[in-house]
Design a protein around this ligand. Structure first.
Ligand SMILES: [Zn+2]
Ligand SMILES: [Zn+2]
Length: 93
């Protein structure tokens, strides 16, 4: 919805909703989850590509990733491409 104001906010409810979406494998070491942004209602896709490098132990990696709304809709006083500003931290696939 383009009438939702753009605001950079760590939103626990948004974060929990995104976390509940299922990761879908889309390639070698690549996953994504998609749906309607819980805040602005626009379609978003959250991509994740494993950057695990040979020799780097997986336990050294942070199990969480930062994600944010990246809808393609322009929100008031903000150009399209940055979503509605909601962000959170969710578990990797
Ligand atoms: Zn949006
Ligand atoms: Zn949004």
């Amino acid at each position: 919805m383009s009438d939702v104001a753009y605001q950079v906010v760590h939103d626990p409810a948004w974060e929990a909703a995104i976390a509940s979406w299922r990761w879908e494998p889309v390639g070698l070491n690549a996953w994504q989850k998609s749906g309607a942004c819980p805040h602005c209602g626009d379609d978003i896709t959250i991509p994740y590509n494993s950057t695990l490098v040979l020799g780097v132990e997986e336990y050294e990696e942070n199990p969480l990733i930062d994600v944010s709304c990246a809808c393609s809709v322009a929100h008031p006083d903000h150009a399209a491409g940055d979503g509605c500003g909601r962000f959170g931290r969710i578990a990797k696939p």
